[in-house]
Ligand binder design. Sequence first.
Ligand code: HEC
Ligand code: HEC
Ligand code: HEC
Ligand code: HEC
Ligand code: HEC
Ligand code: HEC
Ligand code: HEC
Length: 368
Amino acid sequence: MKRKTCLAFGVFIILASSLLFPPRAQAISNDECMECHSDDSLERNDSEGMKQDLYIDYNRFKFSVHNVNGITCVDCHDDIEELDWDSEVPHPTSLAMVHCENCHEEEGEAYLDSVHKKAGGKGITIPCYACHGYHFVTHLESDSVFERENKFCLKCHNPDNFHDWLPQKETHFAFVECAVCHAPESPRYISLRFYDLISKDFLGTEALLKALGTDYENFMVLLDKDKDEVISLAELEDMVLLLRQKDIRGTFHGELVMKLIPSVHHVNRGGANRECEQCHNPQSPFFEDVYISLNRDDGTNQLQKVERRALESYYVNHFYAIGGTRVRNLDRIGLVLVIGGLSIVTGHFLVRIATITGRRKRREKKTN
Ligand code: HEC
Ligand code: HEC
Ligand code: HEC
Ligand code: HEC
Ligand code: HEC
Ligand code: HEC
Ligand code: HEC
């Protein structure tokens, strides 16, 4: 092509594309919103005359999964198209509701089949953010059962009021996420995390990897000696012994949690059933998938498949659903270990459970 035609062609392309995609008014940056919404005294009276806080804690927003993935204020508040700096409030004072399902289509669809969405028919609207919150949403993968329940279901339900047929309620609620029973057709797995018996706390993934002298990528290279991509019972026990050489003594703690897919939203009346054998039986499908969860700082995790039989290990003493994962060939010493360890951890969880309401109130105070 000659240079001139080339140039003309280029100009044509630019013109054509600006017709096809009219330049959107320069996207409004978060900074512009924060000129006002970083003022912690910004508030107004809502329609019922209650004070509504309009301050956004940007330091917290910064770490939200949305900001990290480049979602800005106006991506959600998408009816603000421009800011009119001449008026006191530069945008409409009554904005449209934010529709999370515009971006999370599959979850929006899954949510239709849920007692919570259907409550809309009775005039009770439970939007996505009643459970998830909005400005400070984080990844959920690495959350423990306790965090998952506390963030969601326990905001509105007190499970102690129901479930009288279930023995050891506290134990079940500490080890089994609500949705495992209440969205039973959705897949779940056992997440194993290393519990340090000396500090009496979970050993963070960073510390665990450091002690093993490895990293996320090489974790399996180190442990999976037979290269079958699964950590066997023996390989799991080798890991415990390796840690022991570094003076770290502990055991694995297992929790039954949901896979994060849209169908976890299928919570329905009568959806759960009371059959103990669902779990307390050696073939229980609930204990099929077992993973070590390596958690990252951003709330995501890396799941490393573990052989189901590993649940029988002495070192998985916090997951002892009688009949379900049955600890076979257990010698006396092992039994003492198991029971000793279990009572420590169960004790720890009972304390946490007992203080849930207190802590929740404190947290609510903080966020309000
Ligand atoms: C010049 C100051 C100013 C700027 C800039 C500003 N706001 Fe506001 N905003 C306000 C005031 C004042 C109110 C309270 C309005 C009222 O009186 O009801 C408000 C209210 C809101 C509300 C609540 C409205 C509702 O219907 O619930 C949202 C959401 C909001 N702003 C988002 C934003 C976003 C997003 C941006 C950036 C695109 C932004 N604001 C920029 C001053 C500002
Ligand atoms: C993930 C979506 C999302 C993002 C991103 C987002 N908001 Fe919101 N915002 C909401 C939702 C949802 C509500 C509350 C319900 C409603 O009004 O629809 C809300 C409410 C508000 C309110 C009313 C006060 C309050 O806290 O309830 C203000 C002010 C506001 N947002 C400003 C902002 C500003 C400023 C930013 C950017 C720093 C921002 N929002 C980013 C979803 C979002
Ligand atoms: C009744 C509470 C509740 C409501 C309402 C709710 N969710 Fe969820 N959501 C959950 C729970 C519980 C999980 C699983 C989290 C877990 O296991 O820790 C989840 C998981 C998710 C996930 C991660 C899993 C995935 O599919 O990637 C997304 C995204 C999500 N929800 C979006 C939404 C959206 C969008 C809406 C509204 C249409 C919504 N949620 C309404 C409770 C709720
Ligand atoms: C403008 C698009 C957009 C809107 C609107 C939006 N999100 Fe998101 N959301 C994203 C993106 C992008 C991610 C990060 C990528 C991912 O994990 O799917 C994300 C991630 C999430 C996650 C984390 C999922 C996980 O993997 O752990 C949750 C939960 C979530 N959003 C809930 C909400 C809720 C609740 C609302 C409404 C208040 C909302 N989102 C509104 C785009 C959006
Ligand atoms: C924002 C408050 C709220 C949150 C959070 C919430 N729920 Fe609900 N839930 C309700 C309301 C309101 C109803 C009653 C709906 C109706 O009457 O139709 C309900 C009903 C139920 C029911 C049926 C109860 C019945 O009467 O048979 C179950 C089961 C349930 N929720 C479980 C859960 C689980 C599990 C979670 C966490 C994933 C959760 N809920 C989170 C408000 C909430
Ligand atoms: C071991 C399984 C299991 C676990 C774990 C569990 N539930 Fe249930 N739950 C049930 C069964 C079974 C019922 C009765 C059948 C039904 O209504 O679905 C029930 C009933 C309920 C009801 C309805 C009560 C009514 O009015 O009929 C609510 C609300 C509820 N559970 C919330 C929760 C919450 C919140 C959690 C987590 C803290 C939780 N459940 C954990 C099995 C479980
Ligand atoms: C969704 C799976 C599930 C269901 C359904 C279930 N359980 Fe459990 N149960 C567990 C898990 C997981 C534990 C905790 C394992 C642990 O302590 O190591 C547990 C713990 C227990 C414990 C305490 C064991 C201990 O060592 O402290 C008893 C007792 C128990 N369950 C009885 C029952 C009975 C009776 C039923 C039926 C009414 C039932 N469970 C239903 C999963 C379940």
